[in-house]
Design a protein around this ligand. Structure first.
Ligand SMILES: [Zn+2]
Length: 593
């Protein structure tokens, strides 16, 4: 079997996997190769078997390679198929090794062979995966689209001498049947959801954007679980609709690619051209050494095309991409289409901001078990505040930043009127109630937040720390701000609204602190929830000008208040730093922590 062709394809054994020593030596054997590993591992013979299935049984269905053996391209083989099918874990329930990945997300630009690869994988699950009575489904929006969705697997079957003999095509039902194993493959439409009772071994959601919503994906992923090693497979190109099911699925895929521990059972292959310099930098760090990394965020620079288009120069034509780039340059109304479909960029106004693996690295060994855990050591230090009391019937937040050498500690307070608690609990599986019990969140009586409680807490902070300056959301009510100024001893809190101009510096500083591992947030769970949820809105003129996208509070959704308050505190700190001598003196006093 072939070896990884270039060094950038990291050793497949090196891939992140859960520490799971359970299980005897694997001894899985394929064509003479025996796996001697045990515990969670990359099982090379199992991966060989899938690659061989493609090469020996499947053929390409279109383009210049039509009817020739389906030899996976390097990126398909080493970055998708091998890890996806090779990673296994012991299951005590079935007493054997089984695939670790049960969900796979593939997010690349158009015309990179997604449908063909997906069809091959579905056929493998149907006849190659040793699954009796396998039920494999493919999703379509409606019966009209069903034919199109069914086509790749059908063509591949018809062109493959072996599969053509083995599988029976039931025409009117858009169904392929393997009588030997009692298995079948069929197209399912969103409107046919009523007839449930499916027990899927495989499910393929090709082009997620064609789905009206996530109901089919939800139904299938929740129906899964009765099989030894089912696989739910979703492929898509970026969307221009922030609020769509596709957007949330792609966001999740990106989060998992950044931090595989988030969902060890989910496989993610996301190749998007970044939108901001921050994203570009993070990408280059995460995939260091990969030869296809973009050099900038410019969708028209050919040096950036290979990343979102791994099949470029293989079966995606560079000439055709050049023509489309030229058209998009000449006709501005085509630019968004080019960005979305060819560069795989989200054209929408908002995008995710904080990679949670980076955020979590800032905890280091400094995790606080409760909000007061390490507070004592910080008492007496200078601090800068960011305040958002705009939502009197919802979450209110206050962030204090406390410099410590070259690091900054972030301490938050959150307040919530009790009437708002059930709603947030519903969105977070009860987390807000738990955080209230643990002290991370103060719940006050009634349907609006109790300002007296807030004033008291702020006054306590002003006693504990020397608050130098504070910024606040402009919509925090003026009389309230005056009362706050009095309690914390800061005159003239700088209050402003959530504009690019005012929010960019603080947000940029916050990101810089996180990147330099100087942002000591101590794992505050409410803050983490907000940082995970926040999306930023970018200026149409300059995508590096950003502001937090404030979710509509009337609708059930996310809360982000920890983020703007931290950004405002950053901004206050930058705006009103300590005089040099004072800061030096203080550093000496407090360095012993
Ligand atoms: Zn093995």
């Amino acid at each position: 079997m072939s070896q990884a062709p270039t060094s950038y394809l990291a050793d497949l054994d090196d891939r992140w996997r859960p520490i799971d020593p359970d299980g005897p030596p694997c001894h899985y054997t394929f064509r003479g190769k025996v796996c001697e590993k045990s515990g969670a591992h990359y099982c090379e013979p199992r991966a060989d078997r899938v690659v061989t299935f493609f090469r020996e049984l499947l053929v390409h269905i279109k383009g210049p390679l039509k009817r020739t053996a389906f030899i996976l391209l390097d990126w398909q083989e080493f970055e998708i198929v091998r890890p996806l099918f090779g990673e296994v874990q012991w299951t005590s329930e079935w007493n054997c090794y089984a695939r670790r990945y049960r969900i796979a997300y593939i997010v690349v630009a158009r015309k990179n062979g997604k449908s063909e690869l997906a069809a091959g994988i579905q056929l493998y699950l149907l006849v190659g995966d040793d699954e009796d009575s396998a039920e494999i489904y493919c999703a379509a929006k409606d019966t009209k689209q069903a034919g199109k969705v069914f086509e790749p697997a059908l063509r591949m079957t018809q062109l493959s001498p072996v599969l053509n003999k083995r599988l029976k095509h039931i025409k009117n039902a858009r169904r392929l049947v393997d009588e030997k194993m009692g298995s079948h493959y069929e197209v399912l439409t969103a409107d046919a959801l009523g007839e449930l009772g499916h027990n899927p071994h495989g499910f393929n959601l090709d082009e997620v954007l064609s789905q009206p919503d996530g109901s089919l994906w939800e139904a299938m992923t929740t129906a899964a679980g009765a099989r030894l090693q089912e696989l739910m497979f979703a492929t898509t190109t970026e969307t221009d609709d922030d609020s769509s099911f596709g957007a949330s699925l792609i966001n999740e895929a990106e989060r998992i690619q950044e931090d595989p521990t988030r969902a060890p059972h989910a496989f993610s292959f996301v190749r998007k051209l970044p939108i901001t310099d921050d994203q570009l930098e993070q990408l280059r760090e995460a995939f260091e050494g990969h030869p296809h990394l973009p050099v900038s965020c410019d969708p028209f620079d050919e040096a950036n095309w290979k990343w979102p288009n791994p099949a470029l120069d293989q079966f995606k034509s560079r000439d055709s991409m050049r023509r489309q780039a030229l058209e998009a340059k000449n006709e501005p109304d085509k630019e968004n289409g080019f960005r979305q479909f060819q560069a795989n960029q989200r054209v929408a106004q908002t995008h995710r901001w904080m990679p949670m693996n980076l955020y979590d690295r800032n905890v280091d060994d400094d995790l606080w078990l409760n909000p007061d855990y390490g507070r004592k050591q910080l008492i007496g230090r200078p601090a800068w505040g960011g305040l958002d009391l705009a939502a009197k019937s919802d979450l209110c937040a206050w962030c204090l930043l406390i410099p410590d050498g070259d690091r900054l500690h972030a301490l938050w307070r959150f307040w919530l009127p009790e009437d708002a608690l059930p709603g947030l609990d519903k969105l977070s599986e009860g987390k807000f109630s738990r955080w209230a019990r643990e002290g991370w969140l103060t719940v006050t009586e009634g349907n609006v937040v109790d300002y007296e409680k807030i004033y008291d807490d702020l006054e306590q902070d002003a006693k504990d720390f020397t608050i130098q300056a504070s910024d606040a959301d402009q919509w925090s009510f003026a009389p309230v701000l005056q009362a706050v100024e009095k309690r914390i001893g800061v005159w003239e809190i700088d209050a402003y609204s959530n504009t690019y101009q005012r929010m960019t510096p603080g947000m940029t500083e916050l990101m810089a602190l996180a990147k330099n591992l100087q942002f000591r947030h101590h794992g505050n769970p409410v803050a983490r929830y907000c940082f995970d949820a926040v999306e930023v809105r970018k200026s149409a003129m300059n995508p590096n000008l950003i502001r937090p996208d404030k979710p509509d509070r009337d609708k059930p959704g996310k809360r982000i208040d920890a983020v703007p308050t931290a950004a405002m505190a950053c901004s206050a700190w930058k705006r009103a730093p300590l005089p040099e001598t004072k800061s030096t003196r203080r550093k000496v006093v407090v360095s012993n922590r």
